[in-house]
Design a binder for this molecule. Structure first.
Ligand code: PGA
Length: 250
């Protein structure tokens, strides 16, 4: 049995003070959660969120990581820096980084390797644009993105990676994949992992759905057998909404 994992992706929202306030409000609301609870926050919020989340079941994640250990990479953060700051999870290859910041399958792979080798849990994002789905090329694309991003990891390491399947057309749009669409494409991702790393590994990997997941649609999505959690953008910015998603089983 895979333990579900619900992660908030705050994107470029919340100052440190606002971040601490949100976590303080969230703590009692998610204290009895049966799933893993993570908030992936802007780098400047990490310290405030770590302090606010101390002693609670809320784990802290970052939103990106560089592949080098150190050096002339203005604006970037190394995996060791994140670990030293108390970060446990890191989002890698989010579609917004692929679309707006030139992230490629190759750089996503380098970032995943650096994160995993430093002991971080990678939340690897894959997913298709609207035209890809309309052309019937979704399965091939998510298979390719997954295999390329994980290249160089052992099966044991892959089993610990969290994958977020996020159809790009569903992010921030209010459109969600149907429960069945999300389940089917996540099944395709799991098959790709089984083909390369074996069924045992594929059975362990937790694969989330992301894209306008909210208190209203979470139950239906989480009832699907392949869906092991969610990566939540908009609905993670309010404690009441995020806690309803986290407590989808109550
Ligand atoms: P959304 O974002 O929930 O606002 O659609 C999800 C994501 O981009 O991770």
């Amino acid at each position: 049995m895979r333990k579900p994992i619900i992660a908030g992706n705050w994107k470029m929202n919340k100052t440190p003070a606002e971040a601490a306030a949100l976590v303080n409000e969230l703590k009692p609301l998610v204290a009895d959660a049966q799933c893993d609870v993570v908030v992936c926050v802007p780098a400047v919020d990490i310290a405030a969120v770590k302090e606010a989340a101390a002693g609670s079941n809320i784990k802290v994640g970052a939103q990106n990581v560089h592949w080098a250990a150190s050096g002339a990479y203005t604006g970037e953060l190394s995996a060791d820096m994140l670990v030293a700051a108390g970060v446990e999870y890191v989002v890698i290859g989010h579609s917004e980084r692929r679309q707006y910041f030139g992230e490629t399958d190759q750089t996503v792979n380098q970032r995943v390797l650096a994160a995993v080798n430093a002991g971080l849990k990678a939340i690897l994002c894959v997913g298709e644009m609207k035209d890809v789905r309309e052309a019937g090329a979704t399965d091939g694309l998510v298979d390719y993105q997954t295999i390329m991003a994980l290249n160089g990891l052992t099966a044991e390491q892959v089993a610990e990676v969290i994958i977020a399947y996020e159809p790009v057309w569903a992010i921030g749009t209010g459109l969600t994949a149907t429960d069945e669409q999300a389940n089917e494409t996540i099944g395709v991702i799991r098959k790709a992992i089984a083909r390369k790393y074996g069924q045992e590994c594929a059975d362990k990997v937790r694969i989330q759905y992301g894209g306008s997941m909210n208190p209203k649609n979470v139950k239906g999505l989480m009832a699907q057998p392949e869906i092991d959690g969610g990566l939540i953008g908009g609905a993670s910015l309010k404690a009441a909404d995020f806690s309803l998603v986290v407590n989808y089983d109550k």
